[in-house]
Design a protein around this ligand. Sequence first.
Ligand SMILES: *Cc1c(COP(=O)(O)O)cnc(C)c1O
Length: 415
Amino acid sequence: MSGFDPKHQFQPESLMMSYGYKPSLSEGSLKPPLFLTSTFVFKTAEEGKRFFEIAYGKAEAAPGEELGLIYSRLNNPDLEILEERLALWDGAEMSAVFESGMAAISTCMLEFLRPGDVLLHSAPVYGGTHHFIHHVLNQYGIEVVEFFADQDAEEVCQIAAQKGVLERVKVVYIETPANPTNALLNLTEFANLAKRLNAISIVDNTYMGPMWQKPLKHGIDLVLYSATKYLGGHSDLIAGSVSGNATLMARVKAMRTFLGNMASPHTGWMLMRSLETLKVRTDRQALNAKKVADFLADHPLVEKVHYLGHLNPGDVGYETYREQCSCGGAMVSFDIVRGEKAAFRFLNALKLMHLAVSLGGTESLAQHPATMTHCDIPEDEQARMSISPKLIRISIGVEDPDDLIADICQAFDEV
Ligand SMILES: *Cc1c(COP(=O)(O)O)cnc(C)c1O
């Protein structure tokens, strides 16, 4: 029998049921109670003074001194425990939870960009992010330079140089794999580009989640999520999160305090429950996705399958995939023969899968990016990103994989 290795590190999935929570502070309750309170009672006036000094940055916390509970816009036990657990998944020093993925994204942008600054971002990005960048940030004097997911960091640097904005780039923002086509951007290269420009690199890692891709390990500064998707995982809540080093996260958290867009204690409590099963849920989703993708690849009504697990040596993106993704994920897209008409027939015929946007939940969802999630993008740009009327996107759930395949099979029969 081998002895216990004192240096043994528990995996996040082993710690999600207990980490960051002390039962003795809550009457011995095994699980963290739901702290539905707006404010917290100070033991003494001196204690209240000290908490505020630290919260407002007037004094540094002493080693080992934790910020006391003040008011639920600043801190609440359900959010604090959840944030410690979220940080484990990404190997981050600190995390912050928000009331939505868009709140996480907009708060980071507002904190790290000022009038006159330049934001470099990959395309496609999530529709709400695209709208915020091009219709809100631009009203505050922030210049935007967009590049395509298939351009590498060197090309992007040249694009910015040609526009004469290189010195003013303050944030490099990417989404990889790109939704809905699974095009990959190399995390290390874009992290290095941002370092060279003295800018902050931010990755929206919603599509892979922290189970399958860990951007901070590749030198990225901040990783953010729509926690509505895999982290929540049951399509029953809206939330977001950001993780990174303590210095940057202190700025993100301060901005959150004053925008007031933290998650509610109830959402925090729900997310803690979700995180306990994150690994088992998504392991199953990834297995199911591989089976569905293999089936699609062999079907005569399918022209092309966009699934990371099908990349082979020599394919575009293969090296990047091997470097930064631990599996093919659970998002599968495919081009159906003919076009929109065939795609709609297929979508309308599904019996088990639901026709809905969003992703990452326990149930499988199918949708039509060209006319739904990505309808805002002009047709020529859609074409440049391989978003055609033939494209169908499926988020794979935890169902029996043979049932999913049977459903897809009968829907093809209707086409
Ligand atoms: C859903 C989503 C968002 C937005 O998150 P909300 O929780 O809906 O605000 C951002 N990025 C990606 C990639 C998403 O899928």
